[in-house]
Every structure is written in C-alpha cells, then in structure tokens.
Design a protein around this ligand. Structure first.
Ligand SMILES: CC(C)(COP(=O)(O)OP(=O)(O)OC[C@H]1O[C@@H](n2cnc3c(N)ncnc32)[C@H](O)[C@@H]1OP(=O)(O)O)[C@@H](O)C(=O)NCCC(=O)NCCS
Length: 181
C-alpha cells in the first residue's frame, strides 16, 4: 500500500490502527512543544476523531501521509499538506517524526523532500507555507535546506515551556525547491 518510496523512508496513507501510536507522540511534551501542538491531554476518542477528520478532508483539502522507515517498516511520523487552496495552488506544510529515537537520521529531510515533490509534481501546487517556532532550529535548518525562505516573524506568538517565543512564517515557491534527484 506504499505510495512514495525514498531511500530511507516511504510515505503511505494513514491507518486508523496507528492511532494508539500517534496519541503517544501527541501527548509527548517535547513533540507537542516542537510542533506548537494541542496543549491539553489528548484522549483516545480525540485521536480517533482526528483520524476521522483527516480521512474526511483527504483529497479535497489535505494530503496526510504516514512515514515508515524502510529498514523495518515501522510507523514513525506524519507529513502533511493541509488547507490546500486549489485556486491559489497553495497549501500548508507540516512534518513530525514522532518516534524520537528515529530523529536526526536524515528521515525528516527525506520525507519532507518526497512530500514537496508530491506537492509540486503531482498536485501541481505552486506555493507551500509553514509556521515554525524560532527556537526550533533543527526544523528551520531542514526547511532552509529544502528551499523554504523566511517570510515573516510573528512576535511572541506562542507560549512554550514558560517562555513567549516568536514564530517564523516560511514559504517556498515551486522553482525554489532544492530537490536532489
Ligand atoms: C524537525 C524534524 C522533522 C527533522 O527531522 P529529522 O529526521 O530529525 O532531521 P534530519 O536528520 O533529516 O536532519 C537534521 C538536520 O538538522 C541538523 N540539526 C540537528 N540539530 C540541530 C539544531 N539543534 N539546530 C540546527 N540544526 C540541527 C542536522 O545536522 C541535520 O542537518 P544536515 O542534514 O544538514 O546534516 C524532526 O526532528 C521532528 O519531527 N522533530 C519534532 C517535530 C518538529 O519539530 N516538527 C517541525 C515543526 S515546524
């Protein structure tokens, strides 16, 4: 059922049976802070509803993929294109490697690259946008590497771990994508 295959990882449709894994990521403060996610405890019912919402929006306004590591097929994260605006050919981009033991091994960069390729070459989008907290230098580094540019700074736009932080708006146009085919 794999859709997009890279050297380290592959992207496939999400599966409801993954909810008990992803709920652990969502309730992990390190992940939650990194993605500026939902601050309240996420219950199993809420996680199930999130899958319902994703499945309802899939193909119209969103494309969410599960990321699996090739080496063992384990489900380790999500990559998303959301709020797809077809007339503007624009969408929001997001990624999480929720299994923290699998971070910093090149998978986030590759999964992002595969998703950008899909956005530009398959969906024919022209622009992707994201928000990332200023302290999240690792994510900002991979976004810059892919060709995203900083387009703005939302001052003190998030309160994380006791500190008000700035949030960076980053965007990429299709011709700016630094693909490594
Ligand atoms: C951000 C994230 C997607 C990156 O994926 P990853 O698989 O961990 O990262 P990769 O191994 O592909 O790349 C990491 C790069 O960042 C660099 N890096 C690592 N720590 C860093 C830091 N603190 N500051 C700057 N760069 C850093 C690495 O050197 C590497 O750079 P290189 O490819 O030029 O050598 C992943 O760590 C993650 O999901 N984090 C939690 C959720 C999150 O932050 N999502 C993004 C929210 S906007």
């Amino acid at each position: 059922m794999t859709l997009i295959v890279g050297q380290l990882c592959r992207l496939r449709p999400i599966r409801r049976s993954n909810a008990m894994v992803s709920i652990g990521w969502r309730n992990n403060p390190a992940i939650r802070n990194a993605v500026m996610g939902y601050r309240f405890p996420v219950t199993e019912t809420m996680e199930d509803r999130w899958y319902d919402q994703v499945l309802a929006e899939q193909s119209g306004r969103r494309a969410t993929f599960a990321i699996e590591e090739n080496i063992d097929g384990v489900f380790i994260g999500f990559v998303h294109l959301t709020e797809i605006d077809w007339p503007s050919r624009a969408a929001q981009f997001g990624i999480v490697i929720g299994d923290t033991s699998r971070q910093c091994r090149g998978i986030g960069s590759e999964a992002s690259r595969l998703a950008l390729r899909y956005a530009f070459d398959t969906l024919n989008l022209d622009r992707l946008e994201l928000r990332v907290s200023e302290p999240n230098t690792r994510a900002r580094h991979i976004y810059q590497k892919l060709g995203f540019r900083e387009e703005g700074r939302l001052r003190r736009a998030a309160f994380i771990d006791g500190v008000a932080i700035d949030v960076m708006v980053m965007g990429i146009l299709r011709e700016e994508f630094a693909d490594e085919r």
